[in-house]
Design a protein around this ligand. Structure first.
Ligand code: AMP
Length: 341
């Protein structure tokens, strides 16, 4: 029987608890500084200590994982810690499609896939000179919103960019992607696609609490005007949402279009968990500014199932558990090759 391994961060607790509930041996790849935290949880069978997550690609770690027949579950920490080449060089079988993670990290590939999926994507702005309305400037990679900023003019953009350069967060314009700001209600739509069942499951919706932009509304306008602080979008926490039922048909369509575009552009396609991220505008139209091609931390809210998983399963079903169940089915049907890369 295979074992299930993941990096100790992001959604590791949910993933390994779900794996244990499905009867798997669980393995945590853990930085030494976090050992104390993870030792608290009895559903983790083995903790493999490392100095840094980058040690994952080392021979010692790779052969240990091979010995215990592990499948690695990728999450946001893997993407923020390693470039696509490193990720693709990992020999341990990875759940889902590791090649699509490159499309998540690279802004232009990301935009290409979102457009191929017929998602309504806010316009990207090629040069700061073309700013003529509210824009958001984002750093490349899975930075979790840290160091993102808003600007309404080239001058404001330049000032805030220089501030980030001074802080050492970026080198210059080439490290920023500028996009039209979309107004409305933020929603992060969580899906699971099973290639074994050829079925899309809508798993839940969350919203993110981002610091310190979320604190802005607590400050009176005159105090906002008096500060020259640049607000950031660093994700701190998530909370659950349910959507108007009339929006659900469109949610499934977006998910299905995304799966179709992925299977055309990045074989073997978008298998497993993914998330479509954006804003509902005043007409309840969705504007997609991002996707995540793997489990998102927002699923941690639903460790005991979500309103939507309750409609599909008669038992508590987290995303972590759903992943483990797919692996279990693949093992029974001798189809592990269909669900890993
Ligand atoms: P991202 O890294 O693209 O997920 O963005 C981090 C956060 O920035 C999001 O959770 C939103 O709050 C905000 N954001 C990103 N892009 C846009 C956009 N085009 N319009 C409005 N808010 C955005």
């Amino acid at each position: 029987m295979v074992s299930i391994a993941t990096l100790g961060s992001h959604c590791a607790l949910q993933v390994l608890k779900g794996a244990k509930d499905e009867g798997f041996k669980t393995v945590l790849l853990c930085e030494k500084k976090r050992e104390h935290l993870y030792r608290r949880f009895k559903f983790i069978d083995e903790i493999f200590l490392m100095d840094s997550f980058l040690d994952l690609v080392n021979e010692r770690c790779q052969s240990m994982l091979e010995e215990i027949n592990s499948i690695l579950i990728p999450h946001g920490t893997l993407i923020s810690q390693m470039n696509p080449e490193k990720i693709e060089s990992i020999k341990t079988p990875m759940f889902g499609n590791k090649h699509i993670l490159r499309w998540e990290s690279d802004r232009s590939l990301k935009e290409k896939l979102m457009k191929a999926a017929k998602l309504n994507v806010p316009k990207s702005i090629a040069s700061p000179k073309q700013i003529n309305g509210l824009v958001i400037a984002k750093r490349y990679g899975a930075a979790g919103g840290k160091g993102y900023f808003l600007a309404s003019s080239e001058e404001e953009y330049n000032k805030k960019r220089d501030h980030l350069v001074k802080q050492g967060l970026i080198d210059g314009d080439n490290d920023l992607y500028i996009q039209e700001y979309s107004h409305g209600v933020l929603a992060y739509l969580q899906f699971f696609y099973s290639p074994l069942k050829n079925e899309l499951e809508f798993f839940g919706v969350d919203k993110r609490h981002e610091s310190d932009i979320d604190g802005l509304a607590r400050i009176p306008a005159e105090n906002q005007l008096a500060t020259d602080k640049s607000y950031s979008f660093n994700v701190i926490a998530n909370s659950p949402l349910v959507l108007r039922e009339s929006l659900l048909d469109d949610v499934y369509k977006m998910g299905e279009n995304f799966i179709e575009a992925s299977s055309n552009l990045v074989p073997p396609g978008m298998n497993g968990p993914f998330c479509i991220e954006g804003v509902y505008d005043e007409e309840a139209h969705f504007h997609t500014f991002e996707f995540s091609a793997r489990i998102v931390a927002g699923t941690n809210i639903f460790m005991n199932g979500s309103p939507y998983t309750t409609l599909i399963y008669d038992e508590p079903m987290s995303m972590g558990r759903r992943i483990a169940r797919e692996i279990k089915q693949a093992e029974t049907e001798d189809k592990i090759k269909n669900i890993v890369t």
